[in-house]
Write a protein that binds this ligand. Structure first.
Ligand SMILES: [Zn+2]
Length: 198
C-alpha cells in the first residue's frame, strides 16, 4: 500500500499507515459511495485529486483505484468510472462492489429499457458475481429487479425467474443505505421508481 502523507480533505500531514485523519476524521480510503455522499462537490474533488495523484505513483494500488472509481461514479463521470472498474476487476476479481458499480457505469444514466441485450447480459453476470462475493445486498437486488421490469417486462421479453416482484419481496430493506438508493436512482432512468419501493 502506498503511504498517504497528506490528508485529502484538510491537508494535515499524517502518519504512515494511518487510515483516518487525526484532525478532520476523514477516511483516506473510500470504500463506498454512501461514505462519499457525506461530502459536497468540493470534498469529492479533493478526494478525486488525491486518488489521481496516488494511482499515478502506485498504479497497482487497488484501494486507491477503487477510491478514484467511486469518486467518478459519485460525480456521474461514468466512462471514466467504467475504465477504472475494468482495470480493478482484471487485477482484483474478488471485490464485489466493483461489479455493481461497473454495472451502474455501463447504464450511465440511460433508460434501462433502451439498453441492448449484450449490456443487460453483462449487468446480470456482474450482479451474479457481486452477490456471490458479498451476499444479497439490497442495492444489488434492486438493480436486478429494475432490469427484470424495465428491460425484460417493458420490452415484452421472456423473463427467467425470479420475477421483479419476487426479488423485491426478498430484499432486506433495513440494510438499504439511503445514499446507495440515491446513487442508484441517479445512475439510471425508469418511468416510476415507486414500482420498486424507492
Ligand atoms: Zn484531515
Amino acid at each position: 500500500m502506498s503511504e498517504v502523507v497528506e490528508c485529502p480533505q484538510c491537508g494535515a500531514t499524517t502518519q504512515n499507515s494511518s487510515r483516518t485523519c487525526l484532525y478532520c476524521k476523514a477516511e483516506f480510503f473510500v470504500t463506498s459511495v454512501a461514505y462519499l455522499a457525506s461530502f459536497d462537490t468540493t470534498g469529492i474533488q479533493k478526494y478525486l485529486k488525491h486518488y489521481l495523484k496516488l494511482t499515478k505513483i502506485s498504479p497497482d494500488n487497488v484501494e486507491c483505484r477503487i477510491g478514484l472509481a467511486l469518486c467518478y461514479v459519485q460525480q456521474g463521470l461514468y466512462s471514466q468510472a467504467l475504465k477504472e472498474f475494468k482495470i480493478i476487476i482484471d487485477e482484483s476479481p474478488d471485490i464485489g462492489l466493483s461489479y455493481y458499480y461497473k454495472s451502474l457505469s455501463i447504464i450511465a444514466g440511460r433508460r434501462v429499457m433502451s439498453l441492448n441485450l449484450k449490456e443487460v447480459r453483462e449487468i446480470e453476470e456482474n450482479i451474479r458475481h457481486a452477490t456471490a462475493l458479498d451476499g444479497l445486498k439490497p442495492q444489488y437486488q434492486l438493480l436486478l429487479a429494475i432490469i427484470k421490469h424495465d428491460y425484460y417486462l417493458t420490452n415484452g421479453m421472456k423473463i427467467c425467474p425470479p420475477t421483479y416482484s419476487e426479488i423485491l419481496n426478498e430484499i432486506n430493506w433495513k440494510n438499504l443505505d439511503v445514499n446507495e438508493t440515491t446513487r442508484l436512482k441517479q445512475s439510471l432512468k425508469v418511468p416510476d421508481f415507486k414500482i420498486f419501493n424507492i
